[in-house]
Design a protein around this ligand. Sequence first.
Ligand code: MLT
Length: 341
Amino acid sequence: MRTTGRHRAIARLIATIGVVSLVAACSGNGGATGGGTAAGGYPDQNITFVVPFSAGGPTDTVTRMIAEPMAAKLGAKIVVQNVEGAGGTVGAGEVARAAPDGYTVLMHHIGMSTAPALYQNLGYRPLEDFEMVGLVTEVPMTVVARKDFAPATLQDLVTHVKANAGEVTLANAGIGAASHLCGLLFQTATGVKLQEVPYQGTGPALTDLVGGQVDFMCDQTTNTSGQISAGEVKAYAVTTPERVKSLPELPTTAEAGLPALQVSVWHGLYVPAGTPQDAVRKLSEALKTALADQGVVEQMAKLGTVPVPAEDATPQALRAKLEEQLGTWAKVIADAGVKAS
Ligand code: MLT
C-alpha cells in the first residue's frame, strides 16, 4: 500500500503520543505533559543536567547515577548533556547564562572553587551567578599509571619523576579540573614540573592511560576503580586520610610517603541565579531522595564513595563548602604561581 503524507502524519502523531505517555509513565503522573505537579507547576518539561566534562568520566558517572531517581521523584525526564572544555569552565559558563527557570542544572565539583583563581576572564562568578541546590558526594582520588610504567611504589614514582622530569607525561582534564588540581599538588609536594597532557575529561584520559599513551594521572575512584581492580592500570595510592573500603589494598598517600598529597572531590548541583525557590526546593528534595536510594548507595560504594548525609544535600551546605574552598584553593594556586593562559 502506498503511504500518503496523511499516513505519515498519523504515524508521527501515534509516535508522539507514545513518547509523551512514556515520559508520563516514567514520571508516574498520569499523563500530564511530563510534569510531576499540577499543570503549569515545576517541573512541566524535561530538565537538562549539564556535565562539564566528557561522557563516561567520573562526573558523568555520578550524574547519571542520581539522575534516574531524581527524575522519578520530580516526575519529569532528565536529559544529561556533556558540555566539555577548559577544565569544566565552558559547561559552567553555559549554565550561568541559561534561563533561570529550573530546567538547566549544573553538576560540578571542586573545579567550581579552583577556576576563579586560575582563569582571568572566567565569565561567571560561582557564588553570585548560581543558586545552590546541594552537595552530592565527595570522591577520593587515586594516583594511577600505565601498567607497564617502571615505578612500583609512590616513593619510586617520586624518585622517577625527579630523575626524568622532562620526559614523564601527566594526564589531566584541563586547567581547573580535579585531576589538574591533584597533579598540581603532586608537583608542589615533589618540587618537580611535569609535562601535562590535557583532555576534555578523565574518561578519555584513562582510555589513553590503559593504552599506554600517557604515563600517569590522578583521578577519582569513580573512574579508576574498575581498571584498578582489573589490573589494567598500576595504582600507587589514594589521596584521603583513610583507605577506601572498595580498594583495601591501596595505601593512602600518607602511608606511601607523600602525606602532602591530600585532596577529595566534592560535587554539587547548581542552577542559574534567579531560579524560583520552588524549583530549587524541589530539586534539593529530589536530590535527598536520590542519595537515600539503595541502588545509588550501592553503586557509589562499589566506586569508592558515599552520598553526603541528607542535611548536606541542601543549598546552605553547598554554599558554605564553596565559600570555604574558594578561599583554600585561591591561596594554594597563588603560591604555586599557576594561571590558565
Ligand atoms: C571528569 O569527569 O572527567 C573529571 O571530573 C575531570 C576532572 O575534574 O579531573
